[in-house]
Design a protein around this ligand. Structure first.
Ligand SMILES: Nc1ncnc2c1ncn2[C@@H]1O[C@H](COP(=O)(O)OP(=O)(O)O)[C@@H](O)[C@H]1O
Ligand SMILES: [Mg+2]
Length: 239
């Protein structure tokens, strides 16, 4: 269990998060949805260690959480690929940065294969479409077999069709590793497609106003029921 308690983060005088608490169960996906500026990216930056100054307490399995000592896959809001490195070099980056990390090439190749990017590994990010960049960034997040996967609006800049393909590939890959995932989105349909738990935040500084367990999680098809569930969330929360 990753437990975030009374988290507060300030940028100068701006309060990005104030008294934010959320418990994340191991091996489950949480979709976090909230208006722009409510502190979603800030939360992920705290969890991946970019932001080190905050109030409150974070524990992982009852021990103080340390991003450095935890294997974390982070997909930042704009992919975070290094433009001067090929797709393959980008994907292998986690191993370069942490030389202690080991990998099996067959496993990395399997991830590349399941995201359908094997023909792109020698290209540079500037030679990829948005959806392809997205999948390269996902591959990089998955190869180190992280304990925690943090994804910041990974599908939001994709068109609907590309986004749905990427979501399907993501879920297929996720099924194999069942990594604890915090998935950020501002799209309620995406939140329902991906998350076992739907967490809805208020405006700045964001707090949780609803947490809903998703009965449609990992149910494929049943589009109508999914739409009905989305409608029920919208009705209940006014989102
Ligand atoms: N580097 C920064 N300096 C100052 N204020 C920031 C910075 N980053 C974010 N903020 C502010 O903190 C709040 C939360 O931002 P952010 O976490 O990016 O929200 P979200 O991802 O939900 O859109 C916003 O009011 C934003 O303007
Ligand atoms: Mg953001």
């Amino acid at each position: 269990m990753l437990s975030i308690e009374h988290l507060s983060v300030k940028y100068g005088d701006t309060e990005a998060l104030n008294d934010f608490s959320l418990s994340i169960r191991t091996g489950e996906i949480y979709s976090l949805i909230g208006p722009s500026g409510c502190g979603k990216s800030t939360l992920l930056k705290v969890l991946c260690g970019i932001i080190k100054e905050y109030g409150g307490q974070i524990t992982l399995n009852n021990k103080t959480f340390s991003p450095k000592e935890t294997s974390i896959g982070y997909v930042p809001q704009h992919y975070g690929l290094l433009d001067w490195k090929t797709v393959k070099e980008n994907i292998y980056l986690p191993f370069k940065l942490s030389p202690g990390k080991t990998f099996k090439e067959t496993e990395v190749n399997e991830i590349i294969h399941s995201l359908e990017i094997e023909d792109l590994v020698d290209r540079y990010p500037s030679q990829l479409s948005g959806g392809q960049k997205q999948r390269a960034a996902l591959a990089r997040a998955f190869v180190s077999q992280p304990d925690i996967l943090l994804m910041d609006e990974p599908f939001s800049s994709l068109d609907t069709f590309t986004s749905e393909v990427s979501q399907r590939l993501f879920l297929r890959l996720w099924q194999k590793q069942k990594v604890t995932t915090l998935f950020i989105t501002h799209n309620i349909h995406e939140a329902v497609s991906i998350g076992k738990h739907i967490v809805i935040m208020s405006k700045t500084p964001g707090k949780i106003i609803h947490e809903i367990e998703n009965p449609m999680f990992s149910v494929s098809g049943y589009q109508e029921e999914k739409l009905r569930f989305v409608a029920s969330i919208v009705q209940k929360t006014g989102y």
